[in-house]
Design a protein around this ligand. Sequence first.
Ligand SMILES: O=C(O)CCC(=O)C(=O)O
Ligand SMILES: [Fe+2]
Length: 255
Amino acid sequence: MLSGSRNDALKFRGTQYNASLIASDEPVSCPTHNYNTFVVSRQPLIIYIENFLSPEESKHLLDISDDKFEPSTVTSGNPDDVSIRENIRVSESALLERDDIVRCIEHRARAFQGWNPYLNIERLRTQRYTAGGYYKHHYDWNEGPQRSENRITTFNVYVQGDCEGGGTEFPRIKTPDTKKGRWCEFLECEDNSGEGEELEERMGVTFKAIGGNAIFWENLSPDGTGYEETWHSGMPVKSGTKVGLNIWSWGIARR
Ligand SMILES: O=C(O)CCC(=O)C(=O)O
Ligand SMILES: [Fe+2]
């Protein structure tokens, strides 16, 4: 049974409801999470999550994806406009069956966002890149009317990061102070010893592909416009294999 608030959320979604948007609030018994969080940016909100997936969950996602991978597509947002465009994106994607482990990952993504009843999760997909694979700079949000449904948030989860290259780059985000804390474990850091005063000015962040870890960000500002700062790319994989997991939450901007 859906709760009252879920009914409201479904009503709100109206005609756009389809089987690819799910809420994952069925009763599931899930392990408690074991992640650490690090704030990369407050506006737009970008949070780095260490150990979002356990090694067992990552292995399971790889196992259930393996025979489902198909060439990845791109779309303008219009369901009739979906195509393979190798000048934009070279990878393979797999739509995941919703078994209990997958449902617990959906559940974790909703819990992370405070169980917002107006948020619906798109069916999870893994994405595999081998040497030469990449995803050019893009936004995850669709341009369109500010108050219509959109991908309000993204979790870009690394399921497997056994590769050279393949980081996720955000050129318009201010570089954190990489001399402090653990940033250089997670980010590509230039060797910049001694140039402390330049840190204020530096732009751009590239997250390393580290299996189990994730980047979470908000795509929309409170008025419903997409954040230009969320422009990002999957950098070319030079060798090895990278597998990501996309968790997109649909809704409207903060109400
Ligand atoms: O693979 C990456 O690093 C980025 C993937 C991405 O941006 C996407 O799938 O929308
Ligand atoms: Fe993306």
